[in-house]
Design a protein around this ligand. Structure first.
Ligand code: OGA
Ligand code: NI
Length: 382
C-alpha cells in the first residue's frame, strides 16, 4: 500500500484518514491491542480493518464448509526407536504433502505446556506500565514486547500482541525475561529445543539423509519463542489475528490453547488446525523448503480473530536469527539430480531474514525471491 501523507487517501480504502498518524499513536501507546480492548472499544480502529480487496482477492473459502477431506496429520512420537520407520514415513508424508502436522507423546509434560501458556498470558495481562518497559522495535533486542512487527509496512494491522524472546544459540540470561514467565520460559525452551532436535533427525531421515544432517546444517542452532496474545475482538470478521504468511525459519513448533483459529492453506482452501489437548503443532518453514529443494512444503497459514478470547499461543522458531553465521544455504547437494535440479539460489541467513522483514506479511512468499530463474527448472511450486 501507499501512505501518501496527512489527510490523503489510502490505497484501496475509500475512507480518507491519516493512517500513519493513527499507526504512530497506537505504537506510542505501547499498550498493544490488549490496551485497546482494556479501554473498552466496541469497534475496531481503522488501522486494523482488512481492505475490501484483500477480502475479495483472497479467493479462498473463509470458513464455509467445503468437501476437502484433508485433516492435519497427528503423529504419535512414542516408541520412536522401536518403530522408527513408521515415524519417519509419517513425518515424510506430512512434511511433503501438508507442511503441517501435530505431535503427541512428544515427551513434554502437559503441566509444562499448561504453565507455559499461563505464563505467556500472565505477561500480556501485566499492567500496561510494566509491559511498556519491554516495548521496542529495536532489531537487536533479545527480549521484546510489541504489536505487529510489520505495523508500518502492512496493509492492515493484526489483532495480536507478541512477546519475542531469542533463546539461543547464545544462552539467554534469565534475568532478561519478565519475572512472570521467567522460569517456565527457560524450562520450556530447553524441552522444546530437545524436541526440535528429535524432529530434525526424523526429517533428515525422511529426506534419505543421515539423522544428523539437518543438525549439521545448524538448523537447530538458534531458536526464538514468540508468545502471542490474541485478545477477544469485537468485530472479528473485519480483521485477522495473523495475516496469511509462511514462517521465515527451518521449523516451527507451536503450542496453542483451546480456542482455535489457526488455519492452513491447502489447495486453495483453509483447513483448521484443531486444538488437541497436549499436542504441539509442527510446521515446515521457508528455509527447510529451500534446503530440501521443495521436497518439504512451507505452507501459508493465518489466524482468525475471534469474539472469544484471549487466545494464547507460543511459537518456537528454529532459526539462527540474531546470530546469522557465514554459512550459505542452498538446496542440499545430496537431493539434487538431473531430475531434480536446484530450484533455489544460495543465500546467507542475513540476506534471507533482511528480505523477509523488509517485505513484511504481505500475503506473498519470501521464497519466490530466492528462486532461480523461474520456469527453467520445471519448478511446479506449491
Ligand atoms: C507464527 C504463527 C500461529 C498461532 O507465529 O508464525 O503462525 O497460532 N502463529 O499463533
Ligand atoms: Ni506462522
Amino acid at each position: 500500500m501507499t501512505i501518501t501523507g496527512a489527510g490523503e487517501s489510502v490505497t484501496g480504502n475509500s475512507v480518507n484518514y491519516d493512517r500513519l498518524q493513527e499507526l504512530k499513536s497506537f505504537d506510542e501507546s505501547k499498550a498493544g491491542v490488549k490496551g485497546l480492548v482494556d479501554a473498552g472499544i466496541t469497534k475496531i480502529p481503522r488501522i486494523f480493518v482488512r481492505p475490501p480487496e484483500d477480502l475479495a482477492g483472497d479467493g479462498h473459502n473463509s470458513g464455509e464448509p467445503t468437501n476437502i477431506q484433508i485433516t492435519i496429520p497427528v503423529i504419535d512420537l512414542s516408541d520412536i526407536v522401536g518403530r522408527r520407520a513408521d515415524k519417519v514415513a509419517g513425518v515424510r508424508r506430512a512434511a511433503e504433502e501438508v507442511g503441517f502436522f501435530q505431535v503427541v507423546n512428544h515427551g513434554i509434560a502437559e503441566k509444562v505446556l499448561e504453565d507455559m501458556l499461563k505464563a505467556a498470558r500472565g505477561f500480556h495481562e501485566l499492567p500496561r506500565e510494566v509491559k511498556a518497559d519491554y516495548y521496542t522495535r529495536e532489531l537487536m533486542r533479545k527480549v521484546k514486547y510489541g504489536s505487529n512487527f510489520d505495523l508500518y509496512e502492512s496493509r492492515f494491522a493484526n489483532w495480536r500482541d507478541t512477546l519475542f524472546c531469542v533463546m539461543g544459540p547464545e544462552p539467554l540470561d534469565p534475568q532478561e525475561l519478565p519475572l512472570v514467565c521467567r522460569d517456565i520460559t527457560m524450562e520450556y525452551s530447553k524441552q522444546v529445543r530437545k524436541l526440535g532436535i528429535t524432529l530434525f533427525e526424523l526429517l533428515s531421515e525422511a529426506l534419505g539423509l543421515k539423522p544428523d544432517h539437518l543438525i549439521g546444517l545448524d538448523c537447530a542452532k538458534g531458536h526464538l519463542l514468540l508468545s502471542h496474545y490474541y485478545p477477544a475482538c469485537p468485530e472479528p470478521k473485519m480483521t485477522l489475528g495473523t495475516t496469511k504468511h509462511s514462517d521465515p525459519d527451518f521449523l516451527t513448533i507451536l503450542l496453542q490453547d483451546h480456542i482455535g483459529g489457526l488455519q492452513v492453506l491447502h489447495q486453495n482452501h483453509y483447513i483448521d488446525v484443531p486444538p488437541v489437548p497436549g499436542a504441539l503443532v509442527v510446521n515446515v518453514g521457508d528455509l527447510l523448503q529451500l534446503i530440501s529443494n521443495n521436497r518439504f512444503k512451507s505452507v501459508e497459514h493465518q489466524v482468525l480473530a475471534n469474539h472469544l478470547g484471549p487466545r494464547v499461543s507460543v511459537a518456537c522458531f528454529f532459526t539462527p536469527h540474531l546470530y546469522p553465521s557465514t554459512m550459505i544455504y542452498g538446496p542440499i547437494k545430496e537431493l539434487l539430480s538431473e531430475d531434480s535440479p536446484p530450484v533455489y539460489r544460495e543465500t546467507s541467513m542475513r540476506d534471507f531474514i533482511a528480505y523477509y522483514d523488509e517485505k513484511g506479511l504481505d500475503g506473498n512468499s519470501a521464497l519466490t525471491h530466492f528462486e532461480l530463474q523461474r520456469g527453467k527448472q520445471g519448478n511446479k511450486g506449491i
